[in-house]
Design a protein around this ligand. Sequence first.
Ligand SMILES: N[C@@H](CCC[C@H](N)C(=O)O)C(=O)O
Length: 291
Amino acid sequence: MKFIKMHGAGNDYVYVDCFSQPVPENLPELARDISHRHFGVGADGLILVRPSEVADARMQMFNADGSESEMCGNGIRCVAKLVHDHGIAVKDRLKIESGAGVLDLQLSVGQDGKVDRVTVDMGAPILNAPDIPTTLAPSGPVINVPFMVTLPTNHHLGNAKMTVEATCVSMGNPHCVIFVDRATDELVLELGPLIENDARFPRRVNVEFVEIISPTEVRQRTWERGSGETWACGTGASAVCVAGVLTGKTERRILNHLLGGDLILDWDAETEHVMMTGPATEVFQGEWGMS
Ligand SMILES: N[C@@H](CCC[C@H](N)C(=O)O)C(=O)O
């Protein structure tokens, strides 16, 4: 199986072009094996680029633990680059089908004729609690809702309880945004997995810890459902843009600094759609097979 390793702001996936070869079998198992940082290629997950009946291509994505997600913001920018640079559809506007519907993408082509940046119309956020889904409210939006987490008994702080404020947004996939003074390792690496797997999120959740730098600039660290800490999350950055406006902390257009690079987000007041702009990079190509 031929593959292409790509990343968007350091959020790295193994991409498989299923226009030129058959769709591989046992996808959850393949995602786990190929994503392994020591025994595989190493990635945050696996993304298939498949033919679509309604768009230029269809993206199907799996996290590193083999679970399938509806949508990947950094991934869809790389899918657009792959579709353009590898000759599947050489256009500067593309439609890509995902679990969150068919999205419109505007490609920016560098001097070498290859795509270097992509703007994605991420669509309108979903704010109704049962649709996110979360049980933090019976219905309606979840904004700054106190959320108590009990640390495990073997934790160095003991069986302590911590309360954070959760603002929940779905961008096709579920996100819990928590504004903090400092996004420390302790918060991201210890609270992240507890919140991801909390019963109040019936389909688990992606967790964003966000520092406000100014009303137009934030810094984000992400604990992703199914992959752990990643260096960026495009749907998460979009959810943060929406959460910042809902909580009155930021304006509609923000610059978001993530561990692996920057994204620009704009929650359009007229369309209610979130526009996300960021880089897409091809790292290398390879072949995966049993020898
Ligand atoms: N990194 C992605 C999101 C990938 C899927 C996520 N872990 C989930 O399970 O929903 C992004 O850039 O959006």
